[in-house]
Design a protein around this ligand. Sequence first.
Ligand SMILES: Cc1cc2nc3c(=O)[nH]c(=O)nc-3n(C[C@H](O)[C@H](O)[C@H](O)COP(=O)(O)OP(=O)(O)OC[C@H]3O[C@@H](n4cnc5c(N)ncnc54)[C@H](O)[C@@H]3O)c2cc1C
Length: 361
Amino acid sequence: MKSACEIAVIGGGLSGLAAASVLNETKKDVLLLEAAPRLGGRIHSVSHPETGKPMADLGPTWVWPPYQPSISKWLEILGLELFPQYETGPAVLDLQVGVSPRHQPLPGQQGMARIANGPRALIDALSTQLMPEQVKLHHKLLSVSRKSGQFVLKLEDPDDVEITATSVIVCAPLRLMAQDVDWNGLLDAQTLAIMRAAPTWMVAQTKVSILYGRPFWREQGLSGRIASHLGPLSEVHDHCSSDGEFSALFGFVGWPDRYSDQDQLRAAIEEQLVRCFGAQASNFDRMEIQDWSADPLICSNLDRETSAQHPQVLPSVIKNGFHQNQLQFGVAETANDHPGLIDGALEAGERAARRLLSNSV
Ligand SMILES: Cc1cc2nc3c(=O)[nH]c(=O)nc-3n(C[C@H](O)[C@H](O)[C@H](O)COP(=O)(O)OP(=O)(O)OC[C@H]3O[C@@H](n4cnc5c(N)ncnc54)[C@H](O)[C@@H]3O)c2cc1C
């Protein structure tokens, strides 16, 4: 295992991969350190058991290209395609106990689109730009200190490795970085307070993807959308793949505390889908439940304990860089536009990498 590099990128989600991809345009010696056993972070999908192809999203799904220049730029660079969210036909309104759900058209969101093969296509495309030896999975950052003008990174891995780096870009959630990493005085109290005050977008959510043999709701003339006050899913959307290979619905669990375990939740979701779409809804092939609040590499204690808030644009001090700009933060929540979103992750990762490069040339 290498014990030194020029630039260490902490976190192998979309922002970390975007940062590493920009740095790789130069001849810099870059190492990406990711705590989890996979790349992608909040971008995650149900994979086909044989081909590994993404079948349905468990993290983000939508982008808004007319308003999001970073995603538009990166989709073009990576040769990825968009397709519209299916919204043909009425939605099912599931609002009152004892009253049958009714059908009603609901407006779609202006500019909203999906990426062919899901946001995981971004992760797959960006990770192929890195050499295998540049990516270290199962490498959780524990502490950062400074010695002889270098950063010393302590990592939890099977051998408790120490790596020295001239520069570091942190692309992991700010609240977790304040909670889990010992900075040995390298960050002041004001900066740590800004990090703790920055909610990690969507990480208290539970997302559910349900895969079917056929999009039977489309055959009934329905959009696949449900708006519910009864739950467990507060909203459901059509989630079929662009090429028609996979038929799916996805939804968010509105009231997770009502269910004592996943079996109970699963049974209640099936009951809701049958109530809204009829008996065919129980003939699903797979139901995958992703509770992000249970992932300690994504969701901090503060995210779990406080009510979810949309991330605000953070004070510039967190984006300006520390220690002669050699320490940068580039996670999605640090973006200038659309913080916390896919677009923000691309913008922030790229910004952090370019600031570092402009500093070192
Ligand atoms: C359910 C859900 C739905 C969403 N829907 C949308 C949507 O429709 N549209 C949209 O634009 N955005 C959406 N988002 C937000 C979007 O997923 C994020 O903006 C984006 O994925 C953030 O990427 P990131 O790389 O900045 O951070 P992350 O994906 O959080 O990546 C951070 C990485 O750091 C790693 N890490 C953590 N701690 C350490 C450590 N100590 N050492 C090393 N590595 C560490 C983590 O394992 C992770 O891989 C959604 C998010 C969720 C959870």
